[in-house]
Design a protein around this ligand. Structure first.
Ligand code: PMP
Length: 427
């Protein structure tokens, strides 16, 4: 049994001693005491189905025994900086990771977060091309440091950041965008930006395949191939931000970009890569990677033995437990059931996403697509009371983000949808 401080005591401390910018989702915040696979437990031992934690960190499920064992074993043997000496953990993980990527994407730089990975990717692209301009897609999220906050394209995540050389292209959003699902038409805006907003040469185009923070927006089919072609013609590199959509989450593929049939020049990753351990990576080609030998480049803990041991264990678990297949099968089932709810409730304007990266957008008017913010909060809060945790996102805060650990089952999917159905039926 839990013997720690109460939820109220923790909340009081948090208000006094922690950053005032930390937010919480619920009227009564959840005190998460323990996690096991797709479940979280509060201080009273009450179980919650965690259908959001997959994005926060967890790919294999909370405290997966294989990943925990890898972390503990390596911690007992050695935890040190990555840079100074040889250690097999980092080399083994780099090799394994490279085997999961297409083309000549085989050289890894490790970091401690997704922000760091994207900062590094942008730096590499600028060095390699000798150009400065970066194009990112509106509604994207890429991080919260100087460069990545500039690339992030939602005002709600931006402070007083100098956005030199950053341009934001029209979002290929099939639900709210001007051109529906015609990806090639949206890509024309990338060409317009290059022609009329830059010297004609750019350093990089960076994009998620499915926008996570932006509310699970899967870019219109055909967008990435067309955008990549335009960017490469202007000398730029194409960066795929796989921080959320990577590591088998989309089910149909291991990486989100693969659904669009493109091969990026640089891939960035974090979150699910370490099942909760701080780890990020930039993977690129040997030729592009060489630019970082022009000066010294150093990251004390990026790729340290403990984190990379976890990363290797994650790849093995995904394979052993066929988690990609599970993401596809259970994710498709869940999406079908959510679509049936859409037929039942006017409030649901859109159901979208792929595998275990699904979004449900609530609107008060289907024609006008008026964001139903209060309703979104209410349903989330009620579902938590029923024992189901889902996330929220989108610029207007009216999209449920359903991104469970990849071990989520069909029974879990039923429980989630039934809880949502019950909540909606009582509104
Ligand atoms: N890219 C994407 C697509 C993300 O969703 C996030 C985090 N929400 C980041 C980058 C930044 O990752 P981190 O929070 O680990 O810095």
């Amino acid at each position: 049994p839990y013997a720690g401080p109460s939820a109220d005591e923790i909340f009081a401390k948090r208000r006094e001693y922690l950053s005032p910018s930390i937010f919480h989702f619920y009227k009564t915040p959840l005190n998460a005491v323990e996690g096991k696979r797709q479940y979280l437990f509060d201080e009273k031992g009450r179980r919650y189905l965690d259908a959001f934690g997959g994005i926060a960190t967890v790919s294999c499920g909370h405290c997966h025994p294989d990943v925990v064992a890898a972390i503990v074993e390596q911690t007992k043997r050695l935890q040190h900086s990555t840079v100074l000496y040889l250690n097999h953990a980092i080399a083994d993980f780099a090799e394994a990771l490279s085997s999961k990527l297409p083309g000549n994407l085989k050289v890894a730089f490790f970091t401690n977060s997704g922000t760091e990975a994207n900062e590094l990717a942008i730096l590499i692209a600028r060095l390699y091309t000798g150009s400065h301009d970066i194009i990112s897609v509106r509604n994207s999220y890429h991080g919260n440091a100087a460069g990545t906050m500039g690339a992030t394209a939602q005002s709600i995540w931006k402070y007083n950041v100098a956005q030199s050389g950053v341009h934001h292209a029209m979002n290929a959003d099939p639900y709210r965008g001007l051109f529906g699902s015609d990806g090639e038409k949206y890509a024309r805006d990338v060409k317009e930006i290059i022609n009329f907003g830059t010297t004609g040469n750019v350093a990089a185009f960076i994009s998620e395949a499915i926008q996570g923070v932006g509310g699970i927006v899967e870019l219109a089919p055909g967008y990435l191939p067309a955008a990549y072609k335009i960017v490469r013609k202007s000398g730029g590199l194409c960066i795929a931000d796989e921080v959320q959509s990577g590591f088998a989450r989309t089910g149909s593929h291991f990486w989100g970009f693969e659904a669009q049939g493109v091969v990026p020049d640089i891939v960035t990753m974090a979150k699910g890569i370490g099942n909760g351990i701080p780890l990020g990576a930039v993977v690129t080609t040997p030729e592009i990677a060489k630019v970082l030998t022009r000066r010294s480049y150093f990251n004390t803990f990026g790729g340290n033995p403990v984190c990379t041991a976890a990363g290797l264990a994650v790849l093995k678990v995904i394979e052993k437990e066929k988690l990609q297949e599970n993401a596809f099968v259970v994710g498709s089932y869940l999406k079908d059931r959510l679509n049936a709810l859409k037929d039942k409730y006017e409030l649901i304007g859109d159901v979208r996403g792929r595998g275990m990266m699904l979004g449900v957008e609530l609107v008060t008017d289907r024609e006008l697509k008026t964001p139903a913010q209060d309703e979104t909060f209410h349903v989330m809060d009620q579902m938590k009371e029923l024992g189901v945790l889902i996330g929220k996102g989108g610029y207007y805060g009216n999209v449920f983000r359903i991104t469970p650990p990849l071990c989520f089952t069909k029974e879990d999917a039923d429980f989630l949808v039934d809880a949502m159905d019950y909540t909606l039926s009582r509104m």
